[in-house]
Design a protein around this ligand. Structure first.
Ligand code: NAX
Ligand code: ADP
Ligand code: K
Length: 495
């Protein structure tokens, strides 16, 4: 079985480097391996004899650049090296790597980008500590404007390793070679777009070290949850596969619940029921076949329905309306201690009332699925949730505060659990930005929880399967397509 992909923050990576050094790999050896890996990547992009311009910065990222320069000269490339900073102020392994470089060192501002077949960006890596300005900004501006492909060392200079944000200006890389593990910026937007395809080079830091120093952040891919993806046994009956309940909005707002319900059914929930306000029964009935329908008049109605203990997972929010009635339904659901997905109006009805969510979801598996707007509305007045620049940090704080798994949507959906685990999703497509797409996601997650998948894994698997379904369709995607694409994705996963 493939192990889940660990993602390490810059500070975790520094600790992992230090641990590897403590265990006997000298720092300069790690840097030589990193530099060689950069040269190997460059060799795949430019044929022998080609012209490569390396821009090296004042820290250890620059050191990787010096090593790569020496290796590429040995391999027959014409290499120019432009340096940013004061050479005799280089420290540590980078100083040693610079001493080993026998070629000329020019100023980065004069580097001959126009004549290059490839630029290698070794300006800043995980040690970036402020916005780029002055000569650094100028160098990045010239690199980006040169029209020449850029290979980034570790990460594109100017991208914040933790958050993926652009610090003033950033290198737009054609590809990136990083070391030992990907960093958050390779998965979070906009860093992911600036990085291009990312190659992870093994520099001899074992998984044991990476797991000890990192271990709580993952790329969201099947290795994280495939082992818990439900597969019915030979003698399974439908009640063993769970029963999902989805609350519908009023007569003119019923589609969202049906999208969620159909997704829950497609992902394998044995039964699915739409709980409909009396005035919407007719319109729901006209559109449902395998999915069952029950009248449900507000919070009291929901309370009565939930007396049936076989209903084990619940979706509340899509098109339910922003009002006190929705808040009361959430309270009923929380009290009933069923697996619960809260989205859309179930979140917005608590605008500025996040304190009502404090610790509220500790007692039953719960997933909150806000997009940025819903998140900011919910946590209005809680700067500790809204202010962090890192999407991972926001989701983690909200999860710890509420006791729910928080899935913060977007092109770089982050899923965080109250215990600190987090995963970043990256297999989506912008075609998922279409009305009703989020409703489908809720249904997938609830349908998995109905089958006893835990909240974190259900949210991760739901987000991945949702994104994969969308990406497999591409242009023209509408929310109705998504549930129908789920079987194909499941067949690929469960083969
Ligand atoms: N043995 C080692 O030390 C190894 C280091 N590695 C490399 O080392 C990198 C991390 O090295 P560092 O921690 O030195 O960090 P960086 O090389 O990313 O940058 C730190 C340097 O840049 C300066 N700086 C930061 N922000 C600036 C800004 N906006 N404008 C101007 N100057 C700025 C800092 O004062 C410092 O001198 C990794 O990204 C990786 O490429 C890898 O080679 C693995 C081994
Ligand atoms: N650019 C994008 N790339 C990948 N996924 C996206 C993108 N934009 C939106 N999505 C995904 O589409 C879904 C949209 O959900 P949401 O905003 O709640 O839509 P709705 O309310 O219309 O159902 C989320 O799962 C989100 O992560
Ligand atoms: K770099």
């Amino acid at each position: 079985m493939t192990a889940p992909e660990l993602v390490l923050t810059p500070s975790e990576m520094r600790q992992a480097d230090l641990e590897a050094i403590t265990r006997g790999i000298p720092g300069i050896e790690l840097m030589r391996r990193a530099g060689r890996a950069v040269a190997d990547s460059a060799e795949k992009l430019v044929s022998g004899g080609g012209r490569i311009v390396i821009v090296a910065g004042p820290g250890q990222n620059g050191g990787d650049g010096f090593v790569a320069a020496a290796v590429l000269v040995e391999r027959g490339y014409r290499v120019s090296l432009g340096f940013l900073g004061t050479l005799n102020r280089l420290t540590g392994d980078a100083a040693e790597a610079a001493r080993d470089w026998m070629g000329e060192v020019g100023p980065a501002e004069d580097a001959p980008f126009q004549e290059a077949d490839l630029i290698i960006d070794a300006l800043f890596g995980t040690g970036l500590s402020r916005n780029l300005d002055g000569a650094a900004r100028h160098a990045v501006d010239r690199m980006n404007g040169s029209g020449c492909p850029i290979l980034a060392v570790d990460l594109p200079s100017g991208i914040d390793g933790d958050t993926g944000e652009v610090r003033g200006i950033a290198v737009k890389a054609a590809s990136t070679v990083t070391f030992a593990a990907r960093k958050p910026c390779h998965l979070l937007m906009p860093g992911r777009a600036f990085s291009g395809p990312v190659e992870v080079a093994d520099i001899g830091i074992g998984r044991e070290i990476l797991a000890a120093k990192g271990g709580s952040l993952f790329a969201n891919n099947p290795a994280l949850w495939l082992h818990v993806l439900p597969k019915p046994g030979l003698s399974s009956h439908k009640y063993e596969r769970g029963h999902t309940l989805v609350a519908s909005g009023g007569a003119t707002r019923t589609g969202a619940a049906r999208l969620a319900a159909r997704a829950a059914l497609r992902i394998g929930s044995g039964l699915v029921t739409v709980a409909s306000p009396p005035e919407a029964i007719g319109v729901n009935a006209a559109h449902l076949t395998a999915i069952m329908l029950k009248g449900c008049d507000g919070p009291e109605g929901l309370h009565a329905i939930l007396q049936d203990t076989r209903l084990n997972a619940l979706v509340l929010g899509p098109a339910l309306g922003v009002h006190a009635g929705t808040r009361a339904m959430v309270a009923v659901a929380v009290q009933a201690r069923r697996s619960l997905v809260l989205d859309a109006d179930a979140l917005t009805s608590f605008e500025g009332l996040a304190s009502e969510f404090h610790g509220a979801f500790r007692h039953a598996p719960t997933v909150l699925t806000p997009h940025d707007g819903e998140f900011n509305r919910l946590f209005k007045g809680h700067p500790d949730m809204i202010d962090p620049e890192s999407k991972i940090e926001k989701a983690r704080r909200a999860a710890a505060y509420t006791g729910a798994v928080v899935l913060l949507k977007g092109a770089d959906t982050v899923i965080a659990a109250p215990d600190g685990r987090a995963a970043i999703n990256e297999n989506g497509t912008p075609y998922l930005a279409t009305a009703g797409s989020g409703d489908t996601l809720c249904g997938l997650i609830a349908g998995l929880m109905a089958q006893n998948v835990s909240a974190f894994e259900a949210a991760c698997a739901g987000a991945w399967i949702h994104a994969e379904a969308g990406a497999s369709f591409g242009p023209g995607l509408i929310a109705e397509d998504l549930a129908e694409l789920v079987p194909g994705v499941l067949r690929g996963l469960l083969k």
